[in-house]
Design a protein. Structure first.
Length: 186
């Protein structure tokens, strides 16, 4: 039986060491691209598009307002016509899948990383991660926080400032901390 690399463990949802050399190098490479992206002139659409392609396989109809932050970029999959407003953070230690026509308000934070509850394990710098899926036609209000392992169903709305701790059904509006159903659309 072969041992898994720390990256393979990370992507499999197992406990891994984020200080692993390969993972550190990938995060550093991502930071360099993000630095260029975040410093890019607002009207330099060609450079903007080029950097998004380097960061993750972004569709030409994707728009991300700077500044934007993520850990790897390579673990983020975007559908068509995805919009991130300014100052969003995606910690993509696990897969983050975002469907078509998703609008994400300013300062939204999407976290896949899970830190151990046991202090002794935390001291050893171990963590794990769970994927997040945001299906098509979702709107996430400014300042919302999406926690690890959550799926937000098609045509759902997440109210500004909400903390989403569990799955959101399709055609549902949630708000609050923790987010609760406030309306079901038909």
């Amino acid at each position: 039986m072969t041992d898994l690399t720390e990256k393979q463990k990370m992507l499999a949802g197992q406990q891994y060491n984020p200080l692993d050399k390969e993972l550190l190098q990938e995060r550093e490479a991502c930071k360099l691209i993000l630095k260029q992206f975040n410093d890019c002139q607002p009207n330099d659409h060609k450079q903007h598009k080029k950097l998004l392609k380097e960061l993750f396989n972004a569709n030409y109809q994707t728009w991300i307002e700077a500044p934007f932050y993520c850990d790897y970029g390579t673990n983020i999959t975007l559908g068509k016509q995805v919009f991130f407003n300014t100052n969003c953070v995606v910690l993509d230690a696990a897969k983050v899948t975002i469907g078509d026509h998703v609008f994400i308000g300013p300062a939204v934070q999407i976290y896949t990383a899970i830190h151990p509850q046991d202090a002794e394990t935390r001291r050893k710098f171990f963590e794990s991660a769970k994927p997040i899926t945001i299906e098509k036609d979702v709107w996430i209000g400014g300042g919302a926080i999406i926690l690890p392992g959550v799926t937000i169903g098609e045509n759902a709305i997440v109210g500004a400032g909400s903390v989403v701790t569990k799955d959101v059904e399709k055609n549902t509006t949630v708000a609050g901390s923790p987010a609760k159903i406030i309306k079901k659309q038909h």
